[in-house]
Design a protein around this ligand. Structure first.
Ligand code: ZN
Length: 386
C-alpha cells in the first residue's frame, strides 16, 4: 500500500523527470512531454501547471496549429524567476556567483581569504550568499539554493570535509557550520549543499550543458591542488569516502620529489602550482599531466576530459605538452583518445559548479533523498506502475 511519503516521492521523481526533459530539449509541448516521459497527459498537465507557477518552467506562446484546434505551447526553463548561488572556497580567495537555471552567469564577485578558521570561513561564505541573494532580488529572482565547493574530499552523507590540507582542515562539519552561519543572517529553509571543488567543477559542465550533456566526463583541476571530478553515467562518482579523483596524490614516479602529503613522486609534486613556480621549461610538468590524462582515460573511458584551474588557464605550453603526450599514448595503442577541452566557465568553474549542485540534487530525488531504502523501492515500483 502506498503511503503519503511514497506518493510525494513519486511526484518529485515525475517533476524532476519533466524538468530534465525540458532542459535537454527546450520547446517541448505538454503532449510531447507526456509521450517522452511515459506519463498521462493529465498528470503532465497538472505537474507542468505547478512547475510554471513555481517559476521552474515558462511557456512561449506558439503560433503553430492556428486554425487547427488548440495550439501546443512550447515549454522551456524559466531563466528569470529562480537563481542558484555558488561559492568556491579556493585556497587564497572566495568566489561567489549567481546563476540562472540554464547556467547563465548573472553575477560574480571574489574576496581574499584572510583567515582559514572554519567558523570564520563559513561566516564569510554566508555574507557572500546574502550579497548574492540581494543581487538576484534586484532582478526579481529568488534564491532556490546554495552550493559551496571546498578544496578537499567531502563526505556527502554527513556534509563533513575529511581533510583540506591547503586550509589546514581535518574532519570539519562544514555543512552544519554553514547552516548556522546562514541562519544567523536570516537565510533559512533554503537547500544548502557542499562538495569537493573538482567534483563541483565537473557538474558545471554537465548540469548546464546545452542539449545532450556528456554522461561520462572527467574534469581535471590544476591549481595549488590537483584533483579530478568524475561524472559516470550522468552521476557524480565520489567513491566510498568522497575521495575518488584525488589524482594530485597518484604517484607518477618511485622516489620522485617530496609532496605536501608526505609521499614521494605525486602528480602534485610535478605540476601543482607550487611546483611550477619559477620553472621556465614546463615540458616535464606537461608530460606528467599528459600521463595523468592517459591514466584517467584508461580508468574511466570518458568521452571528454575538461582541463581547468589557474595553471591550465595560464600555462598554454603545459596544456599543449599534455595534449601531445596523450596523443602519443593513443597512437602507440592505436586507439582514439577522448576529446580534451578547456573549462566552459574558466576560473569560475568550481563556483558555477557549486551552484549547479542545487540542481544536481533537486533533479535526482532517488539518489539524494534521505528516506529509507524500503520507501524508495516502493516508490520506484509505484513509478513503474506496479
Ligand atoms: Zn601527494
Amino acid at each position: 500500500m502506498k503511503t503519503a511519503a511514497d506518493q510525494q516521492l513519486v511526484k518529485r521523481i515525475n517533476r524532476s523527470l519533466l524538468l530534465r526533459l525540458v532542459r535537454k530539449q527546450a520547446g517541448l509541448s505538454r503532449a510531447q512531454l507526456a509521450s517522452e516521459a511515459g506519463l498521462t497527459k493529465s498528470t503532465v498537465s497538472a505537474l507542468v501547471r505547478e512547475l510554471v507557477l513555481e517559476g521552474w518552467l515558462a511557456e512561449t506562446p506558439s503560433t503553430q496549429g492556428r486554425g487547427m484546434g488548440r495550439p501546443s505551447t512550447p515549454l522551456h526553463l524559466n531563466t528569470s524567476s529562480r537563481a542558484v548561488v555558488g561559492v568556491d572556497v579556493a585556497v587564497d580567495q572566495l568566489r561567489a556567483v549567481v546563476v540562472a537555471l540554464d547556467g547563465t552567469l548573472l553575477w560574480s564577485t571574489h574576496i581574499p581569504l584572510k583567515d582559514t578558521d572554519p567558523d570564520w570561513v563559513c561566516q564569510e561564505v554566508a555574507r557572500l550568499v546574502v550579497l548574492a541573494q540581494s543581487q538576484a532580488e534586484l532582478s526579481s529572482m529568488h534564491l532556490t539554493g546554495v552550493g559551496v565547493g571546498l578544496p578537499g574530499p567531502v563526505d556527502e552523507s554527513t556534509g563533513r570535509v575529511r581533510f583540506a590540507p591547503n586550509l589546514g582542515w581535518r574532519d570539519v562539519d562544514v555543512l552544519l557550520k554553514l547552516r548556522r552561519a546562514l541562519a544567523q543572517l536570516g537565510i533559512v529553509n533554503v537547500p544548502v549543499h557542499v562538495q569537493n571543488e573538482a567534483d563541483a567543477a565537473a557538474l558545471s559542465e554537465t548540469e548546464f550543458a546545452p542539449g545532450n550533456a556528456d554522461e561520462n566526463l572527467v574534469f581535471v583541476v590544476c591549481d595549488v591542488g590537483v584533483g579530478a571530478g568524475i561524472v559516470l553515467n550522468d552521476r557524480l562518482f565520489t567513491g566510498a569516502h568522497g575521495m575518488a579523483g584525488e589524482i594530485g596524490h597518484s604517484v607518477l614516479h618511485l622516489d620522485g620529489p617530496l609532496c605536501s602529503c608526505g609521499r614521494r613522486g605525486c602528480a602534485e609534486a610535478f605540476f601543482g602550482a607550487r611546483a611550477l613556480q619559477g620553472v621556465a621549461d614546463l615540458s616535464l610538468a606537461g608530460r606528467c599531466l599528459g600521463l595523468v590524462l592517459q591514466n584517467l582515460w584508461t580508468s574511466f573511458d570518458p568521452s571528454v576530459i575538461v582541463l581547468g584551474g589557474a595553471s591550465c588557464i595560464t600555462h598554454h605550453d603545459l596544456v599543449q605538452q599534455a595534449q601531445e603526450t596523450l596523443q602519443a599514448y593513443a597512437r602507440s595503442a592505436g586507439v582514439a583518445p577522448p576529446r580534451v577541452r578547456q573549462a566552459r566557465y574558466g576560473r569560475l568553474a568550481s563556483a558555477v559548479g557549486a551552484a549547479s549542485l542545487v540542481l544536481h540534487h533537486y533533479l535526482r530525488p532517488l539518489q539524494h533523498t534521505r528516506q529509507d531504502g524500503a520507501a524508495q523501492t516502493r516508490a520506484l515500483a509505484a513509478t513503474a506502475g506496479y
